[in-house]
Design a protein around this ligand. Structure first.
Ligand code: C2O
Ligand code: CU
Length: 483
């Protein structure tokens, strides 16, 4: 099912004709591609050598103004160039032109207001993934910012400290726009977390992991594959090909985010050194969980504390992907330097588990691929239709949702606007690292996963979907209205 037509050509043509844009619309956003021939564009670059460049950490977005209760930000969605491959500037789409986008650091109880301007020549929006936000600010795939327009998102931040992220959700475009760079971190901090004295500052490091493919001229090469989703041949961390990172002999908090279109990872440090998981999608666990591998489906987040004091200065510790090979088997390298440094501590207890209402309804969703008519991914026999509401859960309740995977692929299932607990996995027990609030859960082939979403505190219309972006676009997404 992989496409054979050069994807930029198909994208350009389809978007230009189908969306009534001028023919230069998308091409002008990818300047390198316009200057190369179609033949060259279709040619893949050879794999790139890892560890050639130092890890970059995305800058933190500075508020344009603040009051006692609120921080106001401005963000522009536009074009940019990023040094993904050392020595090459690759055209990207970026928040404020950079890839990954700037990190927003929010504080529980302080509202973040983000005025977002769309400087790209096609519709955009911003979804705060894992954010518990009013429906009007959720970035529903049909709530769009037109070219040249802007929209002000209001994020109340009345949720636990957690590693969230923001990305494009414009329907029909987001698999490509996210591939071309539109994703950034949004980190919520709170008082409970402060009391734990976890590693912070330079010792609190976001690591967004993605797979990419490149043309010979260094431009990004997207290939549409609605069966598997896009799979690249090169791993990129914080926007750079398999970087190296000079760490002190200290405790580090690493915030792993899998922002790949479709690839899942099984991360291993130094061939099985422990990583202590402290948080998942929705925030801190009750207690830390020591792990030798960390699995990460698309859109999932896992925060770990790694003790680099155990290594000698000069040690080189590899982070590898047990599910990959060649260029996708190597993620990055930590180069241990210097003396032992105190950077925080690893607590034994973290966020107590809160009591929630028992489920008041059960809904079953069959994850399936339909080949009658145009092939598409479906949930219980239907695909996305913006005119249809597929579930009406009641505000303030919880339900049991069954994800029954009857297809030949795994699916990372994600709900907007709410968090859930993972109750059961038909394949075995729910791992300890999945016992805190989550917003995305991997459902393996032939597996049934039962989750318990808590609906609220905001009513309104939200989508839920597979976060394999190619599955999502073709059309594995439904809508609920919390009433
Ligand atoms: Cu990352 Cu619909 O979301
Ligand atoms: Cu899927």
């Amino acid at each position: 099912m992989a496409s054979i037509t050069p994807p930029e050509l198909r994208w350009t043509r389809r978007d230009a004709l189908g969306r009534g844009m001028t023919s230069i619309a998308v091409l002008c956003a990818l300047p390198t591609a316009t200057r190369t021939s179609a033949g060259k564009r279709a040619k893949a670059a050879a794999a790139f050598a890892p560890f050639q460049a130092e890890l970059r950490v995305p800058p933190t977005l500075v508020p344009v103004s603040s009051t006692a209760t609120e921080d106001r930000y401005e963000l522009t969605i536009g074009e940019g160039r990023a040094e993904i491959i050392p020595g090459t500037l690759t055209p990207v789409y970026g928040y404020d032109g950079i890839y990954p986008g700037p990190t927003i650091r929010a504080r529980r109880g302080r509202t973040a207001v983000v005025r977002t301007t769309n400087a790209l020549p096609f519709n955009q929006n911003v979804h705060l993934h894992g954010g518990i936000v009013p429906a009007a600010s959720d970035g529903h795939p049909m709530q769009l910012i037109e070219p040249g327009g802007s929209f002000t998102y209001t994020y109340p931040n009345l949720q636990d400290a957690a590693t969230l992220w923001y990305h494009d959700h414009a329907h029909g475009l987001s698999a490509r726009t996210m591939f071309y760079g539109l994703a950034g971190y949004y980190i919520v901090e709170d008082e409970l977390e402060d009391t734990l004295e976890l590693p912070s500052g330079d010792f609190d490091v976001p690591l967004v992991i993605q797979d990419r493919a490149f043309n010979e001229d260094g431009s990004l090469r997207y290939t549409e594959n609605i069966d598997e989703g896009f799979l690249g041949d090169t791993i990129v961390v914080n926007g750079g090909v398999s970087p190296r990172f000079a760490v002190k002999r200290a405790l580090y908090r690493l915030r792993f985010l899998n922002a790949s279109n479709a690839r899942a990872y099984r991360l291993e440090l130094g061939g099985g050194e422990p990583m202590v998981q402290i948080a998942g999608d929705g925030g801190l666990l009750e207690a830390p969980v020591s792990r030798n591998t960390v699995s990460l489906g698309p859109a999932e987040r896992v925060d770990v504390v790694v003790d680099f004091r155990r290594f000698k200065a000069g040690a080189q510790v590899l982070l590898t992907n047990g599910l990959g090979s060649g260029g996708t088997g190597t993620v990055m390298r930590f180069d241990v330097t210097g003396k032992r440094t105190e950077s925080g501590r690893l607590p034994s207890q973290m966020r107590p588990r809160e009591a929630i209402p028992a489920p008041s309804a059960t809904r079953r969703w069959d994850l399936m691929f339909s080949t009658s008519g145009t092939p598409e991914w479906q949930l219980s026999g239907i695909g996305f239709d913006m005119e249809r509401i597929d579930a009406r859960p009641r505000l303030g309740t919880t339900e049991r949702w069954l994800w029954v995977n009857r297809s030949h692929r795994a699916h990372p299932m994600h709900l907007h606007g709410v968090h859930f607990r993972v109750l059961e996995r038909s394949s075995g027990t729910v791992p300890a690292g999945e016992r805190a609030w989550k917003d995305t859960v991997m459902v393996a082939v032939d597996e049934t996963v039962i989750v318990q979403p808590r609906f609220g505190p905001y009513p309104g219309r939200y989508v839920f979907h597979c976060h394999n972006l190619e599955h999502q676009e073709k059309a594995m997404m439904l809508q609920m209205e919390i009433v």
